[in-house]
Design a protein around this ligand. Structure first.
Ligand code: N01
Length: 539
């Protein structure tokens, strides 16, 4: 195998090709290598980090506590890394992933600035030929895609966007040198997590900020705080227990829902529970009570408490009215974790534009036109999200048995067994994607869970001298039913969210993550492995 830094194309044979060097890909390189496998990873970016490499917009911050959003595989790593804040910023997480890559000497197996374009199965040898945009051609026994569920930035097809004379930046492709908004008239389109996190920072710099909102979202303050030495020491001493609780939890962090259903509590008790979660901050507010995302009446109590809090910090009641969602249950789209978002609308230089009553018609040289007005702008910020879950995979041509592509197979929506296997695609694994808890869980622990499962499966094959592991069509169909049934009982299935592909015109409406919870999923896949990989053909 050629030196990966070289300009010349990489050729040869390896055990595993890993696609992507974000949180999951970086760990995959380490784990497979530890198992004695040869590994080649390809990464489109110039460095490791995945979402944390690309999403450099001001205010980008994780909504899982730093101490939990960190690898668990190395106790030494846990002890030596110091997080500076309760919820880490993008630069700190990126520094952490870089530290991991250096500490475990992973870069030598990663080829950066290189996009995998195709992976094609040879049915005779059961090997995959992987090709890249730099002319690399590598033959691998296994292909492990770690491209991430939120990596394919979505730029809606706005009429005339390319005629705009100012700068256009996407939150998920933020310029490395940053953007100076000083003295500028700025338009932000989109009020999901990326918009809501960046808007307060842009407002502080810009001369004038217009926020173009199509749908209002629920956001809860992060309750972020610096971590002092005593807290850090306490967290490090308690890591083992914290991890145990996380592995046994519904979402991969150590916090538990209130031990009673919502409506079996008194109002005082309920408010105290919401208040406690509010102080914890962010996304876990949607899981204060165990039935909050299944029982509409329970959900209503969470929404009412949220509404009271939010209205109390917005000066103008008419603006508050626009910022309160009226089209989905709280938590049915991912709750945003913000710092000073609603207060930003009290500033004189910020105006909320309601696209529900006056949609965007298009852009021209000077700005954005809606059906009601024209807005003169110097910069347009697209906080318009991602073609999530399947978007990055669909850019790769993955050709399985009988020349059938994964895109064709998934035309009506992704179909997997355990999120890990697809019939007709032996030795092909997609990490943390559809059919697994994916974005509903702590992605660092989820990545470890998936990589460890795949590594164990490979060891199982090697111990038996088997060539391949392949999901059976029956197992895929049963798992698709299982995922659908679980989604049907949840309020998450009722919103027009990216969990269902509802944000991308033409995507089939299918709830893609597995909704049974992280620990349940972990038990299921462990049991499948222990049973000798039932539901998979091993040949
Ligand atoms: O994307 P989104 P995001 N015209 O899809 C609007 C994770 N994340 O990048 O709702 C006008 O949520 C769209 O409007 P609507 C997190 O899991 C985490 O913000 O479709 N508007 C919406 O307001 C998150 O859920 C963090 O009506 C248009 C916005 O753009 C996920 O990534 C930080 C439009 C897109 O919101 C995605 O978040 C950042 C159009 N044509 C991201 N098209 C953390 O805190 C789209 N919109 C860890």
């Amino acid at each position: 195998m050629n030196e990966l830094k070289s300009e010349s194309a990489v050729t040869g044979q390896v055990d595993v090709v890993v696609v992507g060097a974000g949180i999951a890909g970086v760990y995959a390189v380490h784990r497979f290598r530890e198992q004695g496998l040869t590994v080649r990873a390809f990464e489109t970016a110039s460095g490791v980090g995945g979402v944390w490499y690309w999403n450099r917009y001001p205010g980008a911050r994780c909504d899982v506590e730093s101490v939990d959003y960190s690898y668990s595989f190395s106790p030494e790593l846990e002890q030596e890394w110091d997080w500076s804040e309760k919820y880490a910023t993008q630069p700190e997480i990126l520094a952490y992933v870089n530290h991991v890559a250096d500490r475990f000497d992973l870069r030598r197996d990663i080829r950066f600035d290189t996009r995998v374009t195709s992976a094609t199965l040879d049915e005779g040898t059961l090997r995959w030929t992987v090709r890249t945009d730099r002319g690399d051609v590598v033959s691998a026994r296994f292909v492990v895609v770690a491209a991430g569920p939120l990596s394919n930035a979505n730029t809606p097809a706005f009429d005339g966007l390319d005629t705009f004379a100012g700068d256009v930046v996407h939150t998920a492709r933020w310029p490395h040198e940053g953007v100076d908004f000083t003295g500028k008239r700025v338009g932000v389109i989109g009020t999901g997590s990326s918009g809501i996190q960046s808007i307060p920072h842009i407002a502080e710099q810009a001369e004038q900020l217009f926020v173009f909102q199509r749908s209002a979202n629920y956001s809860v303050p992060a309750g972020n705080a610096p971590l002092d030495d005593a807290t850090r020491a306490e967290q490090k001493a308690g890591y083992a227990e914290r991890r145990r609780l996380s592995w046994e939890s519904g979402g991969g962090s150590p916090h538990r829902a209130y031990p009673k259903p919502t409506l079996e509590t008194s109002e005082d008790e309920r408010r105290a529970a919401y208040e406690e979660r509010w102080k914890l901050g962010g996304v876990l507010y949607s899981k204060t009570f165990p039935d909050q995302l299944t029982d509409p009446a329970a959900n209503d109590t969470a929404r009412e408490f949220w509404e009271e809090k939010v209205r109390s910090v917005i000066d103008d009641p008419a603006t508050a009215e626009l910022l309160i969602p009226n089209d989905h249950a709280i938590g049915a789209k991912r709750i945003v974790t913000d710092s000073g978002y609603y207060e930003t609308y009290n500033r004189d230089n910020v105006e909320l534009v309601n696209l529900k009553v006056a949609p965007i018609v298009g852009m021209d040289e000077s700005g954005i036109t809606t059906t009601a007005a024209h807005y003169d702008l110097d910069v347009i910020v697209l906080a318009t999200g991602f073609d999530a879950m399947t978007g990055s995979l669909s850019k790769l041509e993955i050709v399985g048995r009988e020349g059938r592509t994964l895109g064709e197979k998934w035309a009506a929506g992704p179909e997997t067994y355990l999120g890990l296997g697809v019939d007709g695609f032996p030795n092909f694994f997609n990490l943390t994607g559809p059919g697994s808890p994916s974005v509903l869980a702590n992605m660092v622990l989820h990545s470890e869970l998936h990589v460890d499962w795949v590594a164990d499966a490979i060891a199982h094959l090697d111990a038996r001298g088997a060539a391949a592991i392949e999901a059976t069509p029956d197992a895929v169909s049963a798992w698709v039913d299982e995922c659908r049934t679980r989604a049907e009982s949840s309020l998450l299935n009722t919103a027009n969210s990216w969990y269902l592909g509802a944000n991308i015109p033409g995507r089939p409406r299918v709830f893609m993550p597995f909704l049974g919870g992280f620990s349940t999923y972990r038990e299921i896949i462990a049991e499948v492995a222990e049973s000798g990989y039932k539901g998979f053909d091993i040949h």
